[in-house]
Ligand binder design. Structure first.
Ligand SMILES: Nc1ncnc2c1ncn2[C@@H]1O[C@H](COP(=O)(O)OP(=O)(O)OP(=O)(O)O)[C@@H](O)[C@H]1O
Ligand SMILES: [Mg+2]
Length: 239
């Protein structure tokens, strides 16, 4: 890199505000974020902290394009071309960013009926027109991730709808980490995990950071937070 150029953040949230309008509650307006700023650089793991209901998950959902900001901008550095403001992006662009640029682990797996766990994990490798992998290769790689996350092979061919909370969370983690992407959004990724699997997730986060991945995460467990986070952004109540 040229010494005179400062690196571009992977994620740059500028003066982001979000209010929910509750249409079923006489259009009550619920302000959650006001002028929220955040920059995430490659290799960082930034922890969002703050009491329940403060808007931590909302920040991740705004960055992932699940929620639309009421105002402000959210620039996501694309793998090809200039940064994209996800607050202005159309659905196709959001899908492109999710496929190529950012992964998201929510606490709950969005289960796709009748699709086997191994195929849910393999799917990100097969998305997009020109996949690098055949279906068999993608399944082989998925099997390695399922093994690392200690999902019993007897479960691999089953749809995860009936899996335990911790098993579903590990499927979600495998699916998000299987495809290397520069930005990861993690919402309490170890909330349902036992100590061994929690340690595996800590290792995965450290390995991703070492490869330059930027991580924005919510880590309820302070030991996990200490192990993975390079800095903390404390969410403040809005005035
Ligand atoms: N889709 C939505 N519609 C209406 N209100 C919402 C919606 N999503 C979040 N909220 C509200 O926004 C506020 C912040 O929610 P959020 O889930 O971001 O909190 P949090 O900091 O992640 O809390 P926790 O630590 O409990 O997970 C809450 O008061 C919540 O009720
Ligand atoms: Mg939350």
């Amino acid at each position: 890199m040229n010494a005179s150029t400062s690196p571009t953040p992977l994620l740059h949230m500028r003066a982001v505000s979000k209010q929910f309008v509750l249409h079923l509650q006489s259009n009550t307006v619920l302000p959650v974020l006001k002028d929220f700023d955040l920059q995430l650089m490659p290799g960082e793991c930034v922890r969002l902290s703050g009491p329940s209901g403060m808007g931590k998950s909302t920040v991740l959902k705004l960055a992932f394009g699940n929620y639309r900001a009421s105002s402000g901008s959210i620039l996501v550095r694309d793998t090809q071309g200039p940064a994209i403001d996800i607050t202005q992006a159309n659905a196709r662009t959001v899908l492109h960013l999710r496929s190529q640029t950012m992964g998201y682990v929510s606490q709950f797996l969005r289960v796709i009926p009748r699709v086997a766990a191994i195929d849910i994990v393999a799917e990100p490798l097969l998305e997009g027109g020109a996949s690098l992998y055949s279906a068999t290769q993608a399944r082989d790689i998925a099997a390695q991730w399922l093994t690392r996350l200690r999902i019993a092979p007897s479960l691999w061919q089953l749809p995860p709808a009936t899996f335990s909370g911790g098993e579903q969370q590990r499927i979600n983690i495998a699916r998000s980490f299987i495809k290397p992407r520069p930005l990861l959004l993690l919402d309490e990724p170890t909330a349902s995990l036992d100590p061994e699997n929690t340690q595996t997730v800590i290792d995965l986060i450290s390995e991703a950071r070492a490869q330059g991945v930027g991580i924005l995460g919510i880590f309820h467990d302070s030991l996990v937070a200490q192990a993975v986070a390079s800095r903390t952004v404390a969410m403040q109540p809005i005035s």
